[in-house]
Write a protein of this length. Structure first.
Length: 278
């Protein structure tokens, strides 16, 4: 009797467990199926739907969208600005070897996503490997060949504009929007770096000598101006003497040299005075 009851309990428990497991599996499958029926596109994304390998003619914007599970796949396209970096080896106009590091800020043009998808897989890694890698190499080689190594330094902005223009021309068929191109670095040979450093030192020395010469000229000019001022003072004094008579000048000089002592001996009205200094 007890064994029979135990057997019935085990049977009921087994049946309940089996039913519970089946229900859980059904719920999980339903969730997977329902979830695979929809996809979400964020504000800075666009989506392309592919049905059994055939590309849809619709680009889906941000929002909640439906797809047929197992028959349709969705490719999400990122429209945010990304950066592609590349290192290019080239030669300058004066045959100096140069290694140039270039950074390009770009984004995918949403108007032509479908056309671009047909040419290259629409993701940033594919674009950088299949488009920018070779385009940057060609742009740098073409631009740097027009300038000497020294001009690449002194005319860096012109070189950058040249590279940017070539890049835009070479990538226009891929419908990419290039917002900025930067030359991160120029690397030259050790011998060229040494010659540039020597030239800079020579220019600094020359500037120092020019500054010293200007200082000497300034001091000489100051002396000339002081001499002119003294000469003008003498001229004014001479004019004053001429107007007032020589006596005024003698009296003025006598006053300037007088030591403040009166004469101690007088020889009469018509005789010269004898001054005895104490």
């Amino acid at each position: 009797m007890v064994a029979s009851q135990l057997h019935d309990s085990v049977s009921r428990l087994t049946a309940f467990s089996t039913k519970m497991f089946r229900n859980i599996v059904i719920i999980i499958v339903a969730i997977i199926v329902i979830n695979s029926c929809f996809f979400v596109v964020s504000p800075m994304e666009r989506a392309i739907k592919i049905t059994l390998g055939n590309l849809s003619n619709t680009v889906y914007r941000e929002g909640f969208h439906f797809k047929v599970p197992f028959f349709q796949t969705v490719t999400i396209v990122d429209l945010t600005i990304d950066r592609a970096d590349a290192v290019a080896k080239s030669a300058s106009k004066d045959l100096q070897n140069i290694v140039t590091t270039v950074a390009v800020n770009y984004q995918i043009n949403e108007v032509d996503i479908l056309n671009m998808y047909k040419l290259v897989w629409v993701n940033h890694e594919s674009i950088e490997n299949n488009v920018f890698s070779s385009a940057i190499q060609e742009a740098v080689k073409s631009a740097t060949a027009k300038y000497t190594a020294e001009e690449l330094i002194t005319k860096r902005e012109l070189v950058r504009n040249e590279i940017e223009g070539i890049l835009k021309d070479k990538t226009k068929n891929y419908w990419l929007l290039i917002s900025q191109v930067n030359i991160v670095n120029f690397e030259f040979s050790d011998s060229f770096d040494a010659s540039i450093e020597s030239k800079v030192r020579a220019e600094q020395d020359a500037l120092t000598q020019r500054n010293k010469l200007e200082q000497v000229k300034y001091e000489a000019q100051q002396q000339i101006e002081r001499a002119k001022a003294e000469a003008e003072t003498i001229r004014i004094s001479a004019e004053a003497i001429q107007k007032q008579g020589g006596a005024a000048y003698v009296q003025l000089k006598w006053i300037e040299k007088w030591n403040g002592q009166l004469p101690t001996t007088s020889l009469g009205d018509n005789q010269p005075n004898i001054f005895i200094n104490k």
